[in-house]
Structure formats: C-alpha cells, structure tokens
Design a protein around this ligand. Structure first.
Ligand SMILES: Cc1cc2nc3c(=O)[nH]c(=O)nc-3n(C[C@H](O)[C@H](O)[C@H](O)COP(=O)(O)O)c2cc1C
Length: 163
C-alpha cells in the first residue's frame, strides 16, 4: 500500500489542509463520551469531552483536555469546586449535543437527570493544569467513584456517535 501520510516534524505550526488530515486521522480512534460538570455560583455548567483518560491508580488521577479558546475556560480552569466526570450512556446523545453547545448551564434537577441515565461517575478535585499547545491538560484527583446500573456506552468514532 502506498504511504501518503503527512509528516509534521520541523513544523512549528501545521497548515489548514494538514490540520484537516490530522483531525481525520485522530477521528479513527474510538472513544467514550464524558460530561465534565462543575458548579459556578448556583448554576451547574457542563462540557462534552472525549479526551478523557485514566492516568494513575495510586494516587487516583484522571485527565482530560480543554481548548484554551473555549468560552467555558474560566469555569473549568480557575474553579476550585468539585468536578464530576460523568460517563454517558447510549441514550444520552442529546445531553452530549447540548453540553457541546452554549446551552450548557443548568439546575440541580437537570444535573440529577444526567447522572441517573449515565453509566457512572467520578467526583474529583483539581490536581494540576498543564499548558499543552492550544489546550490545557487538566489532571484531577478522584475523591469518589460510583458505578450505576449497567447500560451501553455512548461511543464517538469518525466524528459520529456510533450506536
Ligand atoms: C464528541 C465531542 C467531544 C468533544 N471533546 C472535547 C474535548 O475533549 N475538549 C474540549 O475542549 N472540547 C471538546 N468538545 C467541544 C466542547 O464540548 C464544546 O463544544 C466547546 O467547548 C464549545 O466551545 P465554545 O463554548 O467556545 O463554543 C467536544 C465536542 C464533542 C461533540
């Protein structure tokens, strides 16, 4: 097979066409979907994320990445409150789309609804923020984990939900 891959070494900034190819290639990696939720004053705020990964068992650490240009950056980077990382189930595509939009602030009732239809969740505290290119890597310490009744996960692959 002919290798027509794109090489990035030596480039400080990739050009637009190459970034399209890179995103296309990265979309071949299937992931689950998480809602990262925190509190700002009396409102809950959430963001849809597929960059979640477990990092360490001892101490219990997990990570995800946030775009530095996200309109929710202050809520997720400066916030010293608790963070909830919710693993979405196959039936929560609508929640995923909503928390990927600007309509991402909600009350406790809606928060409880997200939780009850999910696979499970982690209660976390902020551990470290690392600048990495156009994103921040957010490391959290896990305070509590909760496994809910078994359901099928929401999967993201090739820029589509796969169900
Ligand atoms: C499936 C999916 C996965 C996403 N994963 C991430 C992610 O890992 N990190 C991130 O910063 N944004 C991610 N986003 C984008 C955010 O959910 C959201 O759309 C974006 O922060 C909105 O930015 P804005 O508020 O600046 O318009 C993802 C969106 C979708 C639909």
């Amino acid at each position: 097979m002919k290798d027509c891959g794109i090489k990035f070494h030596g480039q400080k900034k990739i050009n637009f066409m190459n970034s399209i190819q890179l995103r296309k290639c990265l979309s071949l990696f299937a992931t689950g979907i998480t809602s990262i939720v925190t509190k700002n004053k009396s409102k809950f705020i959430g963001i849809t994320v597929n960059s979640f990964s477990s990092v360490s068992l001892n101490p219990p650490l997990v990570m995800w990445c946030i775009d530095k240009k996200s309109s929710s950056i202050q809520d997720f980077v400066k916030n010293k409150n608790k963070y909830m990382i919710i693993f979405l189930s196959r039936k929560q595509k609508k929640i995923s789309n909503q928390l990927a939009s600007s309509n991402n602030r909600f009350d406790k009732k809606f928060y409880k609804e997200i939780i009850s239809n999910s696979l499970g969740y982690l209660d976390c505290a902020m551990y470290k923020k690392i600048s990495a290119g156009d994103h921040y890597i957010i490391l959290h310490k896990v305070i509590k984990c909760k496994i809910l009744s078994p359901k099928l996960p929401l999967i993201y692959y090739n820029r589509k939900y796969n169900s």
